[in-house]
Design a protein around this ligand. Structure first.
Ligand code: DGI
Ligand code: FE
Ligand code: FE
Length: 391
């Protein structure tokens, strides 16, 4: 079989991609073109979450003969190298001929790729471009130097770019966007998942109101007010604190299997206790949901959501503000110490952190619930910090 890998970020997949894939398929009599979106490890890159890029690809190639989709690279943690992918494919398709579809830009970059000589040995490159002089010169150079196998696709070139599509969507309303460069189903997906446009607070609250009970939404708004006041008092970034507060419990009512799945696909490690305790799991799942569904890419905000239940040693200011606000917001009534904590928090965050952790550990003990190691470590950290300060 002749198998061609078409790798890229596909952010989003557009008609230009489909055009060259179709032409490669017919011109080189390929058996299949496998679209392989690149991975992006959680919070590391300014790329749309893998799950959306994968879903858009699914919509774009649905029902098209000869096209397949692979999540091989998005399932691999960290940076993915084409050489690793090729190694995997050679193992699984030992008798097949492997092609690799690239654009001109990539052609000029190939020598910088990890193990590029191995790639030249094992792949036949198909280059989609205008077949200008520069690229044929580069191809000849590779052929001579590395005995590379490079062929050019002989079709017209559609001048479409994902970057331009993203910019256009950002600068207009979804309803005014003329989606001539992308498949309509892909555009519907973009619109219903709010991609390529930051959500306003009002839009986030609308979305949250579908996922949360009324009392939880009220709690959330209370956390937001408290976080905002604490941010002002302590010189933290008010907007970031408000956004983290708004989304901190966004995964509170997610079914546990979905929480585990969203953490796994974002490479968030979970302890055994977390896997069976929804009360604990919703903070890590919440960080992932804030990233995938609410479009948050700021790691300070995501980390604050991630650690809001257990805390963690040496929290950032934003993390501490969210951790405390969650406990003391005005709708909370669970302890008569709250008025005191509310006052002290405006002046001394670390003391309140320590007290909240102590109260939580006492509470968990009183109801015979296992404590997460992180809660204990965090308590010990702040207790030490305070005791050292007093001496
Ligand atoms: O989500 P919220 O109710 O607003 O507040 P939260 O995210 O702080 O969650 C509070 C719950 O988390 C509360 O029922 C106690 C629980 N919790 C906090 N630390 C631990 C814990 N549960 C266990 N099992 N172990 C912990 O260390
Ligand atoms: Fe919570
Ligand atoms: Fe909360």
């Amino acid at each position: 079989m002749k198998i061609c890998i078409f790798g890229g970020t596909f952010d989003p997949i557009h008609k230009g991609h489909i055009h060259i894939a179709k032409n490669a398929l017919s011109e080189f009599h390929l058996d299949k073109v496998i679209f392989m979106p690149s991975g992006n490890s959680y919070m590391k890159k300014d790329v749309t979450p893998s799950i959306h890029r994968l879903n858009m690809l699914k919509k774009a190639i649905e029902g098209m003969e000869g096209f397949e989709l692979s999540d091989l690279e998005i399932k691999r943690e960290g940076y993915t190298y084409t050489a690793d992918t090729v190694g995997y494919l050679k193992e699984h398709y030992p008798d097949d001929k492997l092609y690799f579809l690239i654009g001109t830009d990539t052609l000029f970059m190939l020598e910088k790729w990890y193990k590029f000589e191995y790639l030249f040995e094992n792949l036949i490159f198909i280059v989609a471009d205008r077949n200008d002089k520069e690229s044929s010169k580069k191809a000849d150079e590779y052929k001579e130097k590395y005995n590379a196998n490079i062929m050019f696709l002989n079709c017209d070139f559609l001048d479409i770019s994902s970057t331009a599509i993203r910019e256009e969507i950002l600068s207009t309303s979804y309803d005014d966007y003329k989606c001539q460069d992308i498949n309509e189903k892909v555009f519907d997906y973009i619109k219903s998942n709010h991609l390529y446009k930051p959500l306003s607070d009002a839009e986030m609250i609308m979305l949250l109101s579908k996922d949360l009970k009324e009392s939880r939404l009220l709690h959330t708004l209370g956390v937001m007010d408290t976080a905002s006041a604490l941010a002002k008092a302590h010189g933290a970034d008010v907007r970031k604190c408000e956004t983290a507060a708004l989304l901190h419990d966004c995964a509170k009512y997610m079914p546990i299997d979905e929480m585990i799945a969203i953490c796994e696909r974002n490479f968030i490690k979970l302890s055994d206790l977390e896997k069976e305790d929804e009360g604990l799991l919703h903070s890590k799942a919440g960080a992932c949901l804030a990233y995938e569904k609410y479009g948050i890419k700021d790691s300070e905000i995501l980390e604050a959501i991630k650690w809001h239940t257990t805390g963690k040693p040496d929290m950032s200011l934003i993390e501490k503000i969210i951790f405390i606000s969650d406990y003391i917001e005005p709708n909370r009534t669970h302890s008569d110490k709250l008025p005191m904590y509310r006052m002290i928090a405006m002046a001394d965050i670390n003391i309140v952190c320590m007290n909240i952790l102590k109260d939580t550990l006492d509470y968990l003990e009183s109801i015979n619930k296992k404590t997460d190691e992180m809660t204990v470590l965090t308590y010990q950290y702040y207790k030490k910090l305070i005791s050292e300060r007093k001496q």
